[in-house]
Ligand binder design. Structure first.
Ligand code: NAP
Length: 280
């Protein structure tokens, strides 16, 4: 029988979170600084969204730009100055970085208490062991979407396609902490379609437009589409073949308007938590 999945509206849930954050942020002088090296057009758009969200919830925001050819030393010096500036309570360094830069060294250089993207190895470790105050934004946003929709996670088979450090890997740990049985797939996974068909909760985070097709989806599965792929022109689409998968799934997130707004809303939450970490 063909029916349509319920659309999980990330925009609505994210708006509710931003409103909660606005209340928590009142009276705290939170200030987020975004560091952008170069002018990657997608990064410029993402930073614009974060700036807008900061304005909406009442957080200070500043953009620090470095040229595309910035050296590792210049980036580390800027981070040092932000770490030492007590008026700055959150720092994010927008990725991807130009190829001359060492990503791991840059992320490890952040003050962990200001690391609102939760990418410093110390924060990654805390999040992995269930002790994190600052949570990885996109993975935490995905889990929050499921919870706010009232979707049971415990005991479910969750299959994540993608094992990146910012999405797939940390999401696997958060879902495990919610008592899901988790499988992580990647480019070397054999029988990917078969793995996906075992999913009660299927997360697509691979960065391939419309890669997850209807034959890879178990009837009534919940689909979380993390992918953001730019098609010709300005149109964007997810990693899931939405038009066909929505006829099979029980719930599905749209792109845009699904996971993306939740990532930004979680970042706003982290900005307030970072302020709290620095101010007792
Ligand atoms: P990434 O670092 O490029 O990682 C992609 C992952 O997908 C890798 O683990 C890769 O496997 C796997 N993969 C690639 N092709 C595959 C295939 N044909 N079959 C199975 N696995 C495959 O990407 P990312 O940073 O995690 O981002 C993933 C997507 O999410 C992108 O579209 C990105 O724009 C989007 N994103 C959205 C948000 C948001 O807020 N909505 C936030 C972050 C990212 P290997 O490890 O084996 O190479």
């Amino acid at each position: 029988m063909n029916y349509m999945a319920k659309i999980i509206c990330g925009k609505t849930h994210a708006a509710a979170i931003r409103s909660e954050v606005k209340t928590k942020a009142a009276g705290k002088n939170c200030k987020l600084v975004a560091v952008l090296v170069g002018d990657n057009p997608a990064s410029v758009v993402y930073i614009g969204m974060k700036e807008k969200a900061c304005a909406e919830v009442g957080l200070g925001f500043e953009l620090k730009k470095l040229p595309e050819e910035a050296t590792q030393k210049e980036v580390l010096e800027l981070i040092d100055s932000l770490n030492n500036d007590t008026s700055v309570t959150g720092v994010l360094v927008q990725q991807p970085f130009p190829p001359q830069l060492n990503k791991d060294e840059i992320l490890s250089h952040l003050d962990p208490r200001k690391d609102v993207d939760c990418l410093h190895p110390y924060n990654v470790g805390l999040a992995a062991t269930g002790q994190g105050r600052l949570l990885p934004c996109t993975p935490a946003g995905c889990v929050e979407l499921l919870k706010r929709e009232g979707i049971e996670i415990s005991g479910k088979n969750a299959v994540i396609v993608g094992r990146s450090d910012i999405v797939g890997k940390p999401l696997s740990l958060l879902l495990l902490a919610e008592n899901a049985t988790v499988t992580i797939c990647h480019s070397r996974t054999k029988n990917l379609a078969e793995e996906c068909r075992r999913a009660d909760i299927l997360v697509a985070a691979l960065g391939r437009p419309k890669f997850i097709t209807a034959d890879m989806v178990k009837p009534d599965a919940v689909i979380i589409d993390v992918g953001v792929n730019r098609l010709e022109g300005k149109k964007i689409c997810g990693d899931v073949d939405y038009e066909n998968c929505e006829k099979i799934a029980s719930y599905i997130t749209p792109v845009p308007g699904g996971v993306g707004p939740m990532t930004v809303a979680t970042l706003m939450e982290n900005c307030v938590k970072a302020w709290e970490l620095q101010n007792g």
